[in-house]
Design a binder for this molecule. Structure first.
Ligand code: NAP
Length: 283
């Protein structure tokens, strides 16, 4: 698995990590999903993304179970606070609840899940308090556009803003226009979520004249591996596909360790042009 420096931190993260939204919560599907998560970690996909929102806390508990027995420092663990909990006091309390559910004493990265109505200065002050207390290593946000990002960045006094986690897939490339260049100049890592567009994957793969299949064949890779590789072609971009099956995790791990050439990128670019929609994310 290729690894890359994570913005202005001393952390080195895998190009491809693992998401956990809508992770199975019970039965045989849960057991397989936990094995899949661990298999992914063994393959180097040790950047695990979760949130207090997922399964109303249940997914954090499951991630905590899946990580039990692993060395904590071998995993880079991200969670997120809901905007409705993002006052100073509630952010601290939400983080402490996440730590309990995850059965760890620190998060590697803590994000505000999306911009809310509470003052960003309050949330960022709480984030810095959590860093001072050793409960969080790095601070970030999610679903922030340029202006919101600049507000969050300047609200921080002692800790840098290191990450913006945003929607990014072949049919949703709007971030490439303003947000991605902005993040690069400010040394903010971009973590791309929903890289397969969830339910939109089939239409993505089908309606582009077989371009993805042709590129995949040329490299001896699969279409999904081509997609993940394309989305992370910029070294400032990481991605976190969610997969609850071992075979899916293994396929996703194979998206790293090789590069598309300029001709592949041009063809994919033409087949999936950037359509800027103005707004950032559908959550
Ligand atoms: P996604 O990763 O684009 O798609 C997940 C779907 O793709 C699942 O149905 C999964 O199936 C399937 N899949 C994955 N790898 C596959 C493979 N190799 N072959 C076939 N199917 C495969 O969607 P997502 O879950 O929305 O996004 C990824 C993560 O980003 C989330 O889990 C979450 O951690 C994060 N996220 C963050 C936000 C935010 O607001 N910050 C919003 C959305 C998502 P199986 O599960 O059955 O394997």
């Amino acid at each position: 698995m290729d690894v890359r420096p994570f913005a202005k931190t001393n952390a080195i993260l895998p190009r491809i990590g693992q998401g956990t939204w809508e992770f199975p919560e019970a039965g045989a599907r849960l057991r397989e999903a936990m094995d899949a998560l661990r298999r992914g970690i063994a393959l180097g996909m040790n950047h695990i993304d979760t949130a207090e929102m997922y399964g109303a806390g249940r997914v954090e508990e499951i991630v905590g179970d899946a990580l039990a027995g692993l060395k904590r420092s071998d995993v880079f663990l991200t969670s997120k606070v809901l905007p409705s909990n993002a006052s100073f006091k509630k952010t601290i309390a939400a983080c402490e609840r996440s730590l309990r559910r995850l059965r760890t004493d620190y998060l590697d990265l803590y994000l505000l899940h999306w911009p809310g109505s509470l003052p960003i200065s309050e949330t960022m002050a709480a984030m810095e308090q959590l860093v001072d207390d050793g409960k969080v290593r790095f601070v970030g946000v999610s679903n922030f556009d340029v202006e919101e990002l600049e507000e969050a960045r300047t609200a921080l006094r002692r800790a840098p803003l290191v990450c913006n986690q945003v929607l990014y897939h072949l049919r949703e490339r709007g971030i490439e226009e303003r947000l991605l260049p902005f993040c690069k100049t400010r040394d903010i890592a971009v973590v791309a979520y929903t890289p397969f567009g969830r339910g939109r994957f089939a239409s993505t793969a089908a309606h582009a004249d077989g371009v993805l299949e042709k590129v995949a064949d040329r490299h001896g890779k699969t279409v999904r591996q081509v997609i993940l590789n394309f989305l992370t072609r910029d070294p400032n971009v990481f991605t976190i596909p969610k997969a609850a099956h071992i075979a899916h995790v293994e396929e996703n791990a194979g998206a790293a360790g090789w590069e598309l050439n300029a001709d592949d990128v041009r063809r994919i670019d033409e087949a999936f042009p950037i359509i800027y929609r103005g707004a950032l994310a559908t959550l």
